[in-house]
Design a protein around this ligand. Structure first.
Ligand SMILES: *[C@@H]1O[C@H](CO)[C@@H](O)[C@H](O)[C@H]1NC(C)=O
Length: 200
């Protein structure tokens, strides 16, 4: 075994103590998902959510979110609100990205719509670049679809009371004309990813 002088031992102990302190002072706490605030609408029925190990990627599965003509349901909606905890009193800038996947099967003469208003973010703190994750497919189309969008934001939660932020994505599926020939549109999943974060 190597002989260590008392000075070396003291230095090692000091370094061991100082390193984590320094690291925690420099590290910015990341924003993380804390859970689903709400699922609203018939299309959300049976929806489940899972998170990655860092709680920064939420994967939502919708087993019953779909429309079909002529038998119905002809219109379905689902609003999903995910709650994110931002670090208190620190500025966070980032890009949250959403990916919706599903299937579209429409013959000529039928158009499928995924209508979503801009994401709603509450409370409305900081600056947000709004996007609208809409989709539209004119038949004949028969495919798996992927809709991607992203929201840029800069948030500085001013105090401990409002570091929780709700991100809501609205959605509504429909087929036009509703009395048209056989067609269907589903939204099977939605992935919301908040990994891209930079302290500001
Ligand atoms: C987030 O949504 C939940 C459930 O709807 C609500 O109770 C809470 O007040 C919302 N938080 C904010 C900051 O709007």
């Amino acid at each position: 075994m190597k002989y260590l002088t008392p000075t070396t031992l003291l230095l090692q102990a000091t370094t061991a103590l100082a390193t984590p302190l320094l690291a925690s002072r420099q590290r910015q706490d990341p924003a993380v998902f804390t859970g689903v605030s709400s699922f609203r609408g018939q299309g959300c029925e049976g929806a489940t959510v899972t998170y990655d190990s860092l709680s920064q990627v939420a994967t939502i599965t919708y087993p019953n979110y779909g429309v079909v003509i002529p038998s119905g349901p002809r219109e379905e909606s689902c609003s999903t609100t995910l709650q994110v905890r931002f670090p208190v009193g620190q500025c966070t800038t980032g890009t949250a990205s959403g990916t919706a996947t599903g299937t579209v099967n429409v013959p000529v003469g039928v158009t499928a719509f995924f209508s979503a208003r801009d994401y709603a973010i509450q409370p409305t703190i900081g600056t947000i670049t709004d996007v609208s994750p809409n989709g539209q497919w004119a038949g004949p189309r028969s495919e798996e679809y992927v809709l991607q969008d992203s929201i840029g934001y800069t948030l500085t939660p001013p105090n401990a009371q409002n570091n929780l932020v709700n991100f809501t994505v609205f959605g509504d599926l429909s087929l036009q004309p509703q009395n048209g020939p056989v067609g269907s549109l589903t939204n099977r999943g939605f992935v919301f990813d908040i990994r891209t974060q930079v302290p500001c």
